[in-house]
Design a protein around this ligand. Structure first.
Ligand code: SAM
Length: 288
């Protein structure tokens, strides 16, 4: 089978199967070999690795992964792509394809079954309409993970790697940074895809922490505080958290904890780093 990853071979296979792109599945296929090489290099794939690919499309990146990895499991929702994948991946014995919705797959069970429960690498050119649920789902369901290397919207990559003081800083930054270290591997313009997306893209690698970078007594409370703080990001913490039914503390109680932490009563959530959200959660869960 000819290598994909260039416009000619991609068009040829699409025409052969009369494949129709489905916007609802976020189908933008990569047609640039330099970008494909960069993704594989950023993910640091070796023959020791089991790789989960989300959304193989016509199998372009899957071919690259199959060459570099020990084995690959590719999960694709669109049943019309399955016969195409049978052809484009026919030469690779180390690839299996599942016709499933990734949000419904028990990835921890898959890692147990296919990789003996050892940490897996996830590599994907993600469907942008479900970037956050996919990534947070992987982190929160305690899948044994070494890293996640993904193509996402440029704006989402910026949010993932931002810190306090940046306009891009928010709940996603804190959630991703609690679980992983971020590294921006490449910016990718729309002309590297077929069809071209309306937005710029970026490849980001999330290398999972062995231990979280901060200790917190009640992780769930910390994430509730983070979400509530950024739901109304222009409000002070006293106003966004105090009397919030999700949080369950009065404005006075929130104000008292902020004072103990040496923070101004008018501070906003966007000024706090992960460590400070962890301390805030500890003060609140320890009782005032
Ligand atoms: N990996 C291919 C490439 O780089 O050319 C295709 C990437 S395309 C941006 C996203 C792929 O994810 C599509 O093939 C789409 O059908 C698939 N997809 C969309 N939603 C999915 C889901 N919920 N579960 C699994 N695959 C999904």
């Amino acid at each position: 089978m000819a290598e994909l990853g260039n416009p000619r071979n991609t068009i040829e296979i699409i025409q052969k199967y009369e494949f129709v792109f489905q916007k609802k599945f976020g189908q933008n296929f990569l047609i640039d070999t330099h970008v494909l090489d960069k993704i594989i290099r950023a993910a640091g794939i070796t023959k020791e690795d089991f790789v989960l690919e989300i959304g193989p499309g016509i199998g372009t990146m899957t071919q690259y992964l199959a060459e570099a990895a020990g084995s690959v499991c590719a999960v694709e929702i669109d049943k019309n792509l399955i016969p195409i994948l049978s052809e484009t991946l026919a030469d690779y014995e180390n690839v299996s394809v599942l016709n499933e919705d990734i949000l419904k797959v028990d990835v921890a069970a898959l890692a147990r079954e296919k990789n003996g429960g050892r940490p897996i690498k996830v590599v994907a050119n993600l469907p942008y309409y479900i970037t956050t649920p996919i990534i947070m789902g992987l982190f929160e369901s305690h899948v044994p993970l070494e890293s996640i290397t993904v193509m996402v919207q440029k704006e989402v990559a910026d949010r993932m790697k931002s810190g306090p003081g940046s306009k891009d800083y928010g709940a996603l930054s804190l959630a991703v940074q609690y679980y992983a270290e971020t590294y921006l591997a490449a910016n990718v313009p729309p002309n590297c895809f077929m069809p071209r997306p309306k937005v710029g893209s970026a490849v980001i690698r999330l290398t999972c922490h062995k231990e979280p970078p901060v200790q917190v007594k009640d992780e769930k409370l910390m994430f509730r505080l983070i979400r509530a703080s950024f739901n109304q990001r222009r409000k002070t913490l006293t106003n966004s958290l105090g009397n919030s039914p999700e949080i369950g503390f009065t404005k006075e109680e929130i104000g008292a904890v902020l004072a103990k932490m040496g923070l101004s009563p008018t501070v906003r959530g966007e000024a706090l780093n992960l460590e400070q959200f962890a301390r805030l959660a500890d003060w609140l869960s320890g009782g005032i």
